[in-house]
Design a protein around this ligand. Sequence first.
Ligand code: GUN
Ligand code: ZN
Length: 468
Amino acid sequence: MERVDGKCPQRRSKTKNCTVIFHGDQPMKLDGLSAFRTAILHFSDDPTKVGEKESYTYFPDGLLLVRSGMVEKVGPAEKLLPQLSAQTPVTTFPHSLIVPGFVDCHVHYPQIEMMAAPGGQLLEWLDQYVYPVERQFADPHKAAQRAEFFLDELLRNGTTTALVFATVHPASVDAFFTVAQNRRLRMICGKVMMDRNVPADLTDTPESGYQESKTLIARWHGKDRLRYAVTPRFAPTSSDAQLARAGQLLHEHPGLYLHTHLAENRDEVDWVGKLFPDRSSYLDVYAHHGLLSRRTVLAHSIHLNTRDFQLLHQKEAGIAFCPSSNLFLGSGLFDLKTAEAEKVRVGLGTDIGAGTSLSLLRALNEAYKIQKLRDHVISPFKMLYLATLGGAKTLDMDDKIGNFEPGKEADFTVLDCDATPLLAMRMAACRTLAEKFFVLAMLGDDRAVAATYVMGRPAHLRDRSVSV
Ligand code: GUN
Ligand code: ZN
């Protein structure tokens, strides 16, 4: 794009990855209207539910208009450009695709430094690698440093919202939310509650876990774009008394999230059976304490039966499917087909540090292969739905993020379709839109994220010489 109004642009900055054209001689106002031009894709619903064609809108040459951090309009560039005033900066990304910011439905920020730790399955891996690292988050400086690093990485991978485990230390939550708030991010986090079956110096108690969570809720829940999740680690590390206190917190503060793990590993499931002999299933442990609602997200949920899925549907609870982690720890193959059939909301989780990448494109690659092994095929459209609106729905935030409906928050990711020589070559050979999306999801990773915008402002620019 060179001209939109018949005049020569007054100011311009151009690099390989983006061109910004200012048509007036006034400085760009960040809270005024800005426009972003390239191919644009977003979803209005689940392709599995409404059919592929009805689920998405695609503009091959689109324009996304953002005002004061919110989506004003999206549509064909040809139609919208003539409506812009000369002062509106138009940023153009060649050979790119704008999608809503990715949503990671399950990740542990403190575990970023022990990713790719080799060894046994879940329970052994927790003892050997996870608890020693999480212990260090008693130190607020360490927590602040890691939170900065983690959020840098998240944005570099095109993810703008996540549901995040901290550690048992309240300072780890303060550190995370402080950094997220400074970056104007929409994030959910919570202090881990665990009062048994972990090293003694990492335990809280039903009372201290309750009180500390309550203080953090008062400090952070609903502040700017932040929300709080009551976070019992998983059933084996919380007593009945603690799970009851978690239920009490949810009851006392409507709108909170509940974030935990469910049925990830067979030894874990057997252990829960022994620890809670009066409960009919692992899921029943959580149901018994009133922990299941529309704001509940259960990571993994691999070893479930159809009755469990039906209960999840009835309670409207969501699942975070964590393909990379499930393969890395040898946990099992998530049954997406039954989740879809039973109408349970599913989003994607990277589950760092058991997951080996923070990229949701990489997660899609592995999700596809897992479902292939289960005789279930995820379509390219469903893939990009899962990483965007599907995640937003799972987090019950689709009224705010997940697509480009006017009035939603303008978090978006610019994917570079020519990011690597291989991607460029493969893309050029694609014949259909579906094939393009599939190739992007299968071959893409952080290298394909040219830019990430939060509330309409650049939060990550792969090519840092771009100034917008
Ligand atoms: N189950 C309980 N804690 C954890 C954890 O930190 N990671 C994973 N993958 N599963 C868990
Ligand atoms: Zn996890």
